[in-house]
Design a protein around this ligand. Structure first.
Ligand code: CA
Length: 251
């Protein structure tokens, strides 16, 4: 992944999500244990409070030692400047024993730090000061990516007549291969992570394009239209006007 993709935009647009969608996100977040490793309580406390408000289960620790002895989490937000050890050491040790997604948080926008962090196995990297909404979007994206990792034993996902093989990126419809562009594939794979669930335009732009996409969301419409065409039935992808899209099995 190119370092440029990992910079956190500042002052991103506010997210407006409708209530049913908020509820869905809240329910999805609720199962998730986030370990926040941050020694500066002026940052850690409001961050923990904000994440709890989003529905996450949060444990806040203030040292490397506490981070390494904490119960297993589903995701780690890791500050690099800790009082008892460098965050990289925590990252290295966590990664040595688990595949828990790790997002490094640092005050320094330093490319070397970024590269080292990613080489040590961090999944993403945010630079202070960061926007809270952006961070939550990052967390959700990292969690989704880690949930979508194909395991050696998992076969293609089957949804009605549609088969999606995440290992090979091949898509079959009624046994026939559907030729998709990489973006069309990513878009379909994203919608298929939770068939029937609404995925907002913002989520689509953040995950299929770039977390800091400032272009027009018309791009999404264009790709949805071509995906529908290739799937042979527009009913595969339902539109919720002004909100987003969901994958549905045509009846
Ligand atoms: Ca610190």
């Amino acid at each position: 992944m190119a370092p440029a993709r990992l910079e956190l935009a500042r002052g991103g647009a506010a997210v407006t999500t409708r209530q049913p969608d908020r509820d869905r996100l809240w329910k999805a977040n609720r199962e998730v244990q986030v370990l926040v490793v941050e020694d500066d309580s002026a940052i850690g406390e409001p961050l923990a409070t904000g994440l709890r408000r989003e529905g996450f289960e949060v444990m806040l620790v203030q040292s490397a030692a506490a981070a390494l002895s904490a119960p297993p989490a589903d995701l780690v937000l890791l500050d690099l400047g800790l009082p008892d050890a460098h965050g990289f050491e925590v990252c290295r040790q966590l990664r040595a024993r688990s595949t828990v997604p790790i997002i490094i948080v640092t005050a320094r926008d330093d490319e070397t730090d970024r590269v080292v962090g990613l080489e040590l196995g961090a999944d993403d990297y945010v630079v202070k000061p960061f926007g809270f909404r952006e961070l939550v979007a990052r967390i959700r994206a990292v969690l989704r990516r880690s949930a979508a990792q194909p395991s050696a034993t998992s076969g293609p996902q089957v949804i009605g007549e549609l088969e999606i093989d995440r290992r090979t990126h091949r898509v079959l419809l009624a046994g026939e291969e559907v030729q998709l562009t990489p973006k069309e594939y990513d878009l379909l794979a994203l919608l298929a992570l939770d068939p029937g669930a609404m995925v907002t335009r913002r989520e689509i732009l953040a995950e299929v394009w770039d977390p800091h996409w400032y272009g027009t969301s018309k791009t999404v419409d264009v790709h949805i239209a071509s995906l529908r065409k290739k799937l042979g039935d527009p009913k595969w992808i339902e539109t919720s006007r002004g909100v987003g899209f969901r994958l549905a099995v045509p009846q």
